[in-house]
Structures are given as C-alpha cells and as structure tokens.
Design a protein around this ligand. Sequence first.
Ligand code: EPU
Length: 430
Amino acid sequence: MDKIIIRGGAPLSGSVAASGAKNAALPLLAAAILAEGPVSYRRVPHLRDISTMMTLLAYQGAHVHFDDQSCLHIDTRPADKPEAPYELVKTMRASALVLGPMLARFGTARVSLPGGCAIGARPIDMHLKGLEAMGASIDVSQGDVIARAEHGLKGAHIMFDQVTVTGTENLMMAAVIADGETILDNAAREPEVVNLADSLRTLGADIEGDGSNRITIRGVNSIRAGDIEVIPDRIETATYLAAGIITGGDVTVTDTDPSQLEAFIARIRDAGVDVECGRDTIRCRATRRLSSVDIHTMPHPGFPTDLQAQFMALMTTAEGTSIICETIFENRFMHVQELARMGADISLDGNTAVVKGVPALSAAPVMATDLRASASLVLAGLAAEGETEISRVYHIDRGYERIEEKLQKLGADIERHSGSETWMRGVTFD
Ligand code: EPU
C-alpha cells in the first residue's frame, strides 16, 4: 500500500491549476445513461472514484474511454444491464447516482444499497422516497434496492426533509425524461448541482431554478448526444490554498472559480489571511500567525463539510480557540485523533470540536481515514517540522489528482513510496 512522506516546515509558494471537480464529474458521468448518443467530457479528473464510475458504466454495457487529449467519451446506447453491483457500490457510495437515470431509461434498476461509511450512516432514503413519489415501486432484497417503473416515471412535487446533494442530482436526472413536471423543494444549491443542470440543458433537458432551493424539471422525450465540461474543484482549490496558508506561504490557484468558495474565503480572511481573487484565480498570503475562527458546516452556500477537516488543520496552530461544529455528517471527526498525534490540542463534544491553537505541530506517523481527513493530515504534515508518514493514502487518491506532484510544484518536500498505481492513465473500457 502506498505511503506519503512529507518533510514539513517550509513555506509553499507559486501557482497550481485546479482540476475538474470529482463531485461534479460523478453525476455528469451517470447522466450519460439518459443520452441517446455519445457524450464527451472535458476536464474529468483522473481519480479513483472516476475510474469506479467508468467501470460501473462499462459493466452496464456502455462504451467508455479517455482519448489522447484527456477527453472522456461515454456511449451508453449499447448498455443493457441496469445494475450497480455490491463490489462497486461498496467502494464508492456515489454509485447510487446511476439509480435515477437507469430507472428513467430502462423502467427498472437494481442497485446495491450503500452501507455506512467512515463519516456517517449516510442512508439514501430520500432518493428512494422521491422515486416512489414519481411512481416507482421500491423493494429491498438481499442488500439490493430493486426499483421498477414499467410505465415510466411521472412528474411529482418532492420536498426533501434535509438538503441532499446526490439526492437532488439523482431525482433531477430521473425527472429529465419523466412524464410531466417535477418540482424539487429544499433542493441542494451546490455548484455541482448547477453543473449537472447546465449540462443536462445542453443535452436538451428543460430545467430551471438550479442554484436555488426550488428546481423545476419539465420532462422531455429524449436527451441527445453532446459535449460537457466539468467545473473546477472548489474543495481541491481550497485545500491547496490551505497548504500555502498553513506553511505561512503565498499560493495562487488558477483555473478555478472564486464565486464557489465565498464561505471559505470569508473565514480565512477573518483568520487574517490576505486573499486576492481574480476572474479564475485565488491568491492567499499568510504573513502572520492566524487568528482562531469558528465555523459551522452547512449546505452551500454555507461552509462546506468537505473543508471542515482542512480548516481544522489550519486552526491547530492559530492564536486562540476555535469552535468547529459539524452539522452534516455525525462522524466526520476521524482526523481529530490523528491531528492530536501531531501535537494538536482538540477536544470533542458530540458534533463540536474545540481546537486550542498550539505554537507548532510536530511530525508523526499518521493514518488516513477518509478522503478529506487525509487532506487535513497532508496539511498538518506540511506545517510540522520533521518527517510525517501518512499511510492508507488510497483515500487521498479518491479525490486529489496527482497531489504530490502539485504540492511539489509549490515547493513541498513530499513523495509517495511504493506500488505506484497506474489505474487511470490510458484506461480504455471499450
Ligand atoms: N441523508 C439522509 N438520507 C438521504 C440522503 C442524505 O439522511 O437519503 C443525510 C446524510 O446522511 C447526511 C446529509 O443528509 O447527513 C447530507 O448528505 P448528502 O446526501 O448531501 O451527501 P451526499 O450527496 O452523499 C455529497 C458529496 C460529499 C459531500 C456531501 C455534502 C458527492 C459524490 N459526495 O454526498 O462529498 O460531503 O455531498 O456536501 O457529491 C467528499 O467529496 O469527500 C464527500 C464526502
């Protein structure tokens, strides 16, 4: 298993380009199931989760391949197996995103029910209730969700009890070729949802209201072939900015979208970081020790839960005490014990972490437990004097494209040890 070794302590500087967003690309790939022709994607990140979604679509019979220009092409016309097996779903919960489009297209779908994961129970009950409201029958047998809608899905008015990102995306895709109008209320407003709606419109869908909490989808007869572009990864962007900040450096992320990171930018400005935003760039300079700032994670446009661990890493060496409240996932504090191994002073009370800033972190062997927790350990390692060894880095590979290469470009002393995984470069599933 790969390890990452970091010799920290040096300020990072320079610029690095954002990759395409994993959480935008995953539903966009699933949307190809709806299209009556090939769909081409630009800016798909080369990540383990993307490879899992490609494998899933190929399993269903689709033609899936990256060309020489890193453009991904998916043709689901030959697909004839509307299933997502346990072997794939257990490695990536977002596999459930194929449920809505498969059911809409085939009138039946079988998807293994995702279990809990490191950050919480994460049920998909709201996805299923929404599909039932659209006329589907849902059974659970042998760990699989079996959904049927032999006469097609029907438009419905769906009110989510809680904001759900992939739930909104799943039902939006299901509604695109359903009969009649679907209204999604208390819908997720995340930029990834807007990217999906924009892309589906490019392919001929009739959707409005995305970016607000009410999305209206009027069913159309079919969705055509087309070209799609994945938006920049806001979480990756903020992680590289945080790498500059935690080392007292000067880092610019290019090819990104500052408007998607307003809550993060506001909080780091409160902490004393000098932030300059251009049209598609963000530059952060940390010229003095950070001040402690409190955060509450919230659905977009609130502070993203996917940046909670990285922000906590920043607060470990800030002046004063920071209160970090996680309101989205009940168990997303696995990084706390690992950060403590590096000298952080953090106590937990339910969904709240109290972080007392210490003057410096110290290097230690630590273990990655989930994707964003791993990112916080990389940040801590970059700041700590000495050599930090992070094991189980496959978690990082799920969401950060060439992380050590990008950090090296900023001057970090970071390397990966052992079994290099080449599972993505040049992969073809034809
Ligand atoms: N929830 C339910 N029932 C449902 C759906 C969600 O109770 O049917 C609960 C969840 O357990 C959670 C809350 O609602 O407590 C919000 O979950 P949501 O459905 O929004 O999460 P998700 O769609 O499964 C996506 C991202 C996550 C990100 C969350 C929140 C993708 C592929 N994943 O997950 O990304 O943390 O939204 O913003 O888009 C990551 O990239 O590291 C990651 C975990």
